[in-house]
Design a protein around this ligand. Structure first.
Ligand code: FAD
Length: 321
């Protein structure tokens, strides 16, 4: 027996609202549609996968796949089985008092009611600012990179610069050292490393520059970095800014104190849920920010939420509860 929709004359509630149409949200939507749930995926068009020039670590695509093509395929897949996809920015989510479901409000004022929620809202990459050259073009051509795990392999033995000389930058430089013997760590403002950390980098063959960066210029197949007190710019084949990312967890925070000190949602959010009827998946969850991880968590969140809804509907064996 299915729960009755709200009897106040409003549009019947969806079974599930998924916020986010990246790999996590689209996988969750496709699974839920195949569980014959009424599901809508709402997104504001900013999946990070849309930035990926060509990903070569998505299983099943040995020659790589362009990020926008992957999103198009995943969207088609979800829609094929009955998921609705709509563009819009969700600005508020509240729990409905009368039936324990949720109400999302979109920019512009429209509302969506749903019995369950999946938050697959991703993160915002903290970007480097170029003084010349277009940022998007530099990412598409591969001179500006943001994810060593994703594409370090493609830059074996090239001249790699990592921008940001705190521990995060140092760790990223050390990671990239696996791919190239020419890795240089460049401070954004000043080097914030202990002597021991510097010695570790030196022993591993990672160069550390001291001067403050004055300019970043991307042109064609190289990127140049001009440092204070240096007349000529230094040229690199690739620059990885190591500025981290900012989780888009503001909607989750409206439902309760659910984020960790970094603004991430707990790692178990895709399996154990955040609250009854609320799951999260993908980059917004603490852990490894990767397409494969996002799809796996999307599948898990969808299945757990479907089972939770079945339990509400009395469609599980008593021993399963
Ligand atoms: C340059 C670059 C290259 C990368 N290359 C690779 C690679 O080769 N391999 C790999 O595995 N990973 C790669 N990644 C990482 C990969 O893109 C992410 O791990 C992946 O996109 C995470 O999926 P997600 O669904 O969690 O989030 P996202 O894909 O970022 O999707 C988040 C979704 O939430 C929506 N959203 C957020 N807030 C709201 C709101 N309030 N209202 C409505 N919609 C909202 C957005 O519109 C978007 O649809 C790369 C990332 C970058 C930046």
């Amino acid at each position: 027996m299915k729960l009755e929709p709200p009897s106040n004359g409003e549009t019947p509630a969806l079974d599930v609202l998924v916020v986010g149409a990246g790999p996590a949200g689209l996988t969750a939507g496709m699974y839920l549609a195949r569980y014959r749930r009424r599901v809508r995926i709402v997104h504001d068009g900013s999946s990070r996968t849309l930035w990926v020039p060509r990903s070569r670590n998505v299983p099943g695509f040995p020659d790589g796949i362009i990020g926008a093509d992957l999103i198009a395929r995943m969207s088609e897949h979800a829609v094929r089985y009955g998921a609705e996809i709509a563009e819009g920015r969700v600005v508020e989510i509240v729990r409905r008092e009368n039936d324990g479901g949720f109400r999302a409000r979109l920019e512009g004022g429209a509302t969506i009611d749903a019995r369950g929620l999946i938050l697959a809202t991703g993160v915002d990459t903290n970007l480097a600012k170029l003084d010349s050259g277009d940022h998007k073009t530099a990412v598409q051509s591969g001179v500006l990179r943001y994810c060593p795990i994703c594409d370090g392999f493609e830059h074996s033995e090239e001249r790699i610069a990592v921008l940001g000389s705190d521990l995060h930058g140092a760790a990223e430089a050390m990671f990239l050292r696996q791919y190239s013997s020419d890795v240089t760590l460049i401070p954004k403002w000043q080097v914030a490393l202990t002597d021991a950390q510097r010695a570790e980098l030196e022993a591993s063959g990672v160069g550390v520059l001291e001067g403050r960066v004055l300019r970043l210029d991307a042109a064609g197949t190289t990127i140049s970095v001009t440092l204070e007190d240096e007349a000529a710019p230094r040229r690199f084949d690739i620059l990885y800014p190591a500025f981290g990312s900012t989780p888009r967890s503001e909607l989750a925070a409206m439902l309760g104190p659910l984020t960790d000190p970094n603004g991430c949602l707990p790692f178990t959010a895709y399996s154990d849920g955040l609250l009854p009827g609320v799951y999260a998946a993908g980059d917004v969850v603490a852990g490894l920010d990767q397409i494969s991880v996002a799809t796996g968590q999307g599948a898990m969140a969808a299945t757990r939420l479907h089972n939770w809804l079945r339990e509400q509907e009395g469609h599980v064996m008593a021993d399963q509860k």
